[in-house]
Write a protein that binds this ligand. Structure first.
Ligand code: 13P
Length: 251
């Protein structure tokens, strides 16, 4: 399975700043062909960046979208718009959307189905709060998030899905899950996928980790058997740091 390293820029970078970052990354990542590299810039940058990433290993993702095709939904963008701007992937159900914009499991499911139908590859985020972890509810929480997100997703489509495990307490806090903590959750998510779809259907489904991933912890995270990549926030805004993460050396 090819690892996937994605950078989620969140609400950062103007068009100009995004272009500078990608131009630098393109240099640093020249010749990389053993890792799928994905960047999720703000909507306003996507189309411009699509020209800059042509002939590079970098693919683009939306950070969100709305499941309807078009119409009177002020402020939203559709899957078709993301595809036409140059995206191949879309992040769905990030914890910041669940928290700040009250996105529910049901909405995450509708977005997942709509993304798959349109040909966008969903990166579905799941993760527990600190309170849930402390109460021993981590696996239960992330399993129900994933199960709900995948409701109605056919076995023939599941290979297009990437699952991102992002413990909420590890996002932007500098406090990453230990490789062992992440591995335990990834392993249980893998088991759930096997149960739902069977081993053949899910052998290519990547489960990536997000939450304070940095150059100095990526190597030990990627050494875990069930960690297939990373979803990087803060460190993806620094070209050198993100390039080092893409060039991880499992230890
Ligand atoms: P940080 O890497 O800044 O903790 O953010 C993680 C994240 O939310 C990626 O989607």
């Amino acid at each position: 399975m090819t690892p996937l390293i994605a950078g989620n820029w969140k609400m950062n970078t103007t068009v100009h700043q995004g272009a500078e970052l990608v131009i630098r990354l393109r240099e640093l990542l020249k010749g990389i062909d053993t890792v799928d590299v994905v960047l999720a810039p703000p909507f306003t940058s996507i189309h411009h960046l699509s020209h800059l990433v042509a002939d590079s290993p970098i693919k683009l993702a939306g950070q969100n979208f709305f499941w309807e095709k078009s119409g009177a939904y002020t402020g939203e963008v559709s899957a078709e718009m993301l595809l036409s701007a140059g995206c191949q992937y879309v992040i769905i159900g990030h914890s910041e959307r669940r928290t700040h914009f009250k996105e529910s499991d049901e909405e995450v499911n509708r977005k997942t189905l709509a993304a798959l139908k349109s040909g966008l590859r969903p990166i579905i985020c799941v993760g527990e709060s600190l309170e849930e972890r402390e109460r021993g509810k981590t696996v239960k929480r992330v399993s129900s998030q994933l199960q709900n997100a995948l409701s109605g997703v056919a076995g023939s489509a599941i290979r297009e899905v990437t699952v991102a495990y992002e413990p909420v307490w590890a996002i932007g806090t500098g406090r990453n899950a230990t490789p062992e903590q992440a591995e335990e959750v990834h392993n249980s998510l893998r088991d759930l996928l096997y149960e739902m779809y069977g081993p053949d259907a899910v052998k290519d489904v990547r489960i990536i980790y997000g939450g304070s991933v940095k150059p100095d912890n990526i190597d030990s995270l990627m050494a875990q058997p069930n960690i297939d990549g990373a979803l990087v926030g803060g460190a993806s805004l620094k070209a050198e740091d993100f390039a080092r993460i893409v060039k991880f050396q499992p230890m």
